[in-house]
Design a protein around this ligand. Structure first.
Ligand SMILES: Cc1cc2nc3c(=O)[nH]c(=O)nc-3n(C[C@H](O)[C@H](O)[C@H](O)COP(=O)(O)OP(=O)(O)OC[C@H]3O[C@@H](n4cnc5c(N)ncnc54)[C@H](O)[C@@H]3O)c2cc1C
Length: 428
């Protein structure tokens, strides 16, 4: 089989596409950012369609088994992410399906408290270690709750539909071509939000971007562990307690230092290689745990993430590219905030310009592919931050439709007022 396809091309005949839907706002990607973008757009009155390539919502927050919200605070006891992310926590809490420190514990450096939440994977920073407002959850509960949130908001949800490319009309996206078992179709939208994590839509629309190669991760869970507290304490932080039920652990397994090279998460050969190698190595790790860690003798694997853990791929270069030097500085155009999950006291005010490009007039971007530099991405890629930028992008899209304006021309003050009214935390 020829593996290098770069030299040869075939020309696809032009064809007309059936229009599957026409809407105000189309969101591509149903991860944390796309979920909150779609809910925000729909709650603000926009007819909204959400397309997701897999059969469930959550992206890495479910399919990647990345089942820790890190973090909704800044590490000094102040909550900096609220809005829909807080609503999600409240709904999960009402179902008794999360573990997290209560408000009076945030920012605490008490060694016993730190140790207790460390066991659940909720504390990552060192010197000093501080209790954060972070949340451990079960992915099936997350899926159930976000399905309810999305559907009750009135979003039209299309699963098993892949956002293939933007169909341009000069500087605007006229429609997005989707691929599914129904064939190749088009969805026309006034505003498109790219929440694909990898920027699939903005790349096809010609927006400039930066990209990184990464070591892939493949988190997994085991059950049947005897005396989990003891096992976790002796495991050197290579696994954590997890929900649901007793005797379960979550292993944040990664290929760093074991796989021979970093991969591009937008290269199909690299992805295939990583899927095969990581799955093989996870089975080795399961055997190692069973044979070396006391308490694992009768433990068994329950699930391996269905998606590779990809920390980073493409990032848009938008109207504003947030840089590390802007940490802990104010920004008049803030539409979302996030702390840093390893550094207590670090705060980014994310300005609206990080969510739209200069080149395309009806496109917004949310989640891990927004316009930030590599070091800021470490913070803005986290699930709560993706909820926050998704909520900002969805709200901006709906307001733009209502006011018949381009997102870049939207009055940022009006956007901020709407976000704060919805419960977002902007520090204003
Ligand atoms: C190893 C690892 C550890 C992490 N640890 C944590 C942690 O402990 N806590 C934390 O808060 N964050 C953590 N993160 C970060 C976090 O999980 C992700 O960055 C976050 O989920 C990104 O959200 P997103 O919505 O931008 O993208 P994603 O979660 O990647 O979701 C994108 C969605 O879009 C869909 N999609 C993609 N392309 C298309 C397309 N063309 N058409 C249709 N659908 C498409 C995908 O199927 C997916 O559902 C970690 C990440 C990794 C990889």
């Amino acid at each position: 089989m020829q593996s290098n396809l770069t030299q040869k091309h075939i020309t696809e005949p032009q064809r007309s596409l059936p229009i599957r839907a026409e809407c105000d706002v189309l969101v591509v990607g149903g991860g944390p950012a796309g979920i909150s973008a779609a809910i925000a757009a729909s709650r603000n009155g926009a007819e909204t369609v959400l397309v997701e390539r897999y059969g469930g919502l959550g992206g890495l927050a479910t399919g990647g088994l990345i089942i820790l919200l890190l973090s909704l605070d800044d590490g000094t006891g102040d909550q900096v992410i609220a809005g829909q992310c807080q609503e999600l926590v409240d709904r999960l809490d009402a179902r008794g399906s999360i573990v997290y420190p209560k408000q009076d514990e945030w920012g605490n450096q008490n060694a016993d408290l730190v140790a207790r939440y460390n066991q659940w994977g909720l504390i990552w920073g060192r010197n000093p270690s501080v209790v954060r407002y972070s949340v451990a959850y079960d992915p099936e509960e997350f899926r159930f709750v976000v399905n309810e949130m999305v559907l009750s908001a009135g979003v039209k949800l299309l699963f098993h539909a892949w956002g293939a490319r933007a169909i341009m009309d000069n500087d605007r996206i006229d429609a997005v071509a989707i691929e599914s078992k129904s064939g190749r179709e088009a969805i026309k939208a006034k505003i498109v939000i790219d929440a694909s994590g990898d920027g699939d839509i903005f790349v096809s629309a010609g927006v400039p971007f930066e990209s990184e190669k990464v070591h892939p991760w493949l988190w997994f869970r085991m059950a049947g562990v005897r005396d989990v507290d003891q096992a976790v304490a002796s495991g050197g932080n290579r696994f954590f307690k997890t929900l649901p039920g007793e005797g379960r652990i979550l292993a944040p397994w990664g290929s760093m230092g074991r796989i021979d090279r970093q991969i591009s998460a937008v290269d199909v050969e690299d992805l295939s290689y990583a899927e095969i190698e990581c799955r093989r190595m996870v089975m080795e790790e399961v055997e190692r745990l069973r044979s070396e860690i006391p308490g694992f003798e009768n433990a068994f694997l329950t699930d391996i993430a269905s998606q590779l853990g990809i920390t980073e791929s493409r990032r848009m270069i938008g109207a504003h590219q947030l840089s590390r030097e802007e940490a802990n500085t104010l920004n008049d155009h803030v539409v979302a905030r996030t702390g840093n999950w390893t550094k207590a006291g670090m705060l980014y005010n994310i300005p609206y310009g990080c969510l739209y490009p200069r080149e395309v007039s009806n496109l917004l971007v949310a989640g891990r592919c927004i316009s930030v530099d590599h070091r800021v991405h470490h913070s803005t890629k986290e699930i709560p931050a993706c909820f926050a930028t998704g909520e900002a992008a969805g709200t901006a899209a709906a307001l733009s439709v209502r006011l018949n304006t381009r997102p870049s021309a939207l009055d940022v003050g009006k956007l901020q007022d709407t976000l704060v009214h919805q419960g977002a935390s902007l520090g204003l």
